[in-house]
Design a protein around this ligand. Structure first.
Ligand SMILES: Cc1cc2nc3c(=O)[nH]c(=O)nc-3n(C[C@H](O)[C@H](O)[C@H](O)COP(=O)(O)O)c2cc1C
Length: 150
């Protein structure tokens, strides 16, 4: 699948693949982080540039130990450490402030900090972040939005 996407996607544009790194079901046969490491190797071979590491929440009795700040970052870090490939690894989960996202990148804990629900709370989160991190000169917005966001 990734190979098919890579074939039609422009060479200069990255291919991201979102994965659920584990089902959090240690009491039964299910998807594990070790399998995700091997999946990362294969996705890299097929031309993926980045994996976006989430995890399963679809089985009611499954649960990560925490769903607090950066709760899925340890999964991304482990995959980044153990993959044999050069694939970039992004993290998502419980990132709610610009400073938190910035720290993930500055401390080299993941290649990309991805934000989900905070964009529902603040649809302008990207620009909120640019303002708070003093980086509005690097934030690009459609022309129609510029008066709103600067
Ligand atoms: C109730 C719930 C169930 C989720 N289930 C899954 C899942 O099955 N697979 C997955 O990859 N991510 C799952 N996620 C994670 C989300 O896709 C997303 O990564 C998550 O909201 C973390 O980003 P955020 O904290 O910035 O919103 C779930 C999140 C929530 C809140």
């Amino acid at each position: 699948m990734t190979r098919a996407v890579r074939e039609v996607w422009p060479d200069g544009q990255p291919v991201f693949v979102r994965i659920s790194a584990t089902d959090w079901l240690s009491d039964r046969d299910s998807w594990t982080v070790a399998q995700s490491v091997r999946l990362a190797d294969r996705l890299a071979e097929d031309g993926a540039d980045l994996i976006d590491v989430s995890s399963g929440g679809i089985v009611p009795e499954s649960a990560p130990e925490t769903t607090g700040p950066n709760y899925q970052l340890p999964l991304a870090e482990r995959i980044g450490e153990e993959t044999d490939s050069e694939i970039a690894v992004g993290t998502v989960g419980g990132i709610t402030t610009p400073q938190q996202a910035d720290a993930v990148i500055r401390n080299d804990r993941a290649a990309l900090a991805i934000v989900g629900r905070e964009f529902l709370r603040d649809p302008y989160f990207g620009h909120t972040a640019a303002r708070e991190l003093d980086a509005t000169d690097r934030a690009r917005a459609p022309v129609q939005y510029r008066e709103w966001v600067h």
